[in-house]
Design a protein around this ligand. Structure first.
Ligand SMILES: [Zn+2]
Length: 164
């Protein structure tokens, strides 16, 4: 398994999210024995109008449908950002056999940053690989928020002009 190869695909998915005005996080599920990508997802919270539409959840759902069962045996999950508690929970519930993530998330990361769900005695604890292409994964987020701030400032300036 080439971790960087699959993380690059997750980064492409994150870019798709950004293009739709969504916070750029991307995820892929890979069948480890064949190397085949069986699930893909990117953050769609705004588009789908649900807090549950995280990249990991969408990728896990697609993989489960494709593989015909909820147990993602022989599967690894790649995600650009450290999973939140919901998605770390989905990793436990789907029995994903390996978790690989890029950037850490000091605000919601639940694989070591805010908390480490995998340090508790749940019934499924996969090995975790942290920091794969971490800089690229973090920079798509910082760039997205920088552009968002610029747009907001531009709008503020326009409204100040029209207020005169
Ligand atoms: Zn999440």
């Amino acid at each position: 398994m080439n971790d960087e190869f699959y993380m690059k695909r997750a980064l492409e998915l994150a870019a798709l999210a950004a293009a739709q005005g969504e916070v750029p996080v991307g995820a892929v599920v890979v069948k480890q024995s064949t190397g085949e990508i069986v699930g893909e997802g990117y953050n769609r919270r705004e588009t789908d109008k649900t807090p549950l539409a995280h990249a990991e959840i969408i990728a896990i759902n697609e993989a489960s449908r494709r593989l015909g069962g909820w147990r993602l045996v022989d599967c690894a999950l790649y995600v650009t950002l450290e999973p939140c508690p919901m998605c770390a929970g989905a990793v436990i519930n789907s029995r994903v056999e390996r978790l690989v993530y890029g950037a850490s998330d000091p605000k919601a990361g639940s694989c070591g940053s805010v908390t480490d769900l995998f340090s508790y005695p749940y019934n499924h604890i996969p090995p975790i690989e942290r920091g794969i292409l971490a800089e690229e994964c973090a920079s798509v987020l910082t760039e997205f928020f920088r552009q968002l701030r610029e747009r907001k400032n531009a709008l503020k300036n326009i409204s100040q002009i029209t207020d005169r």
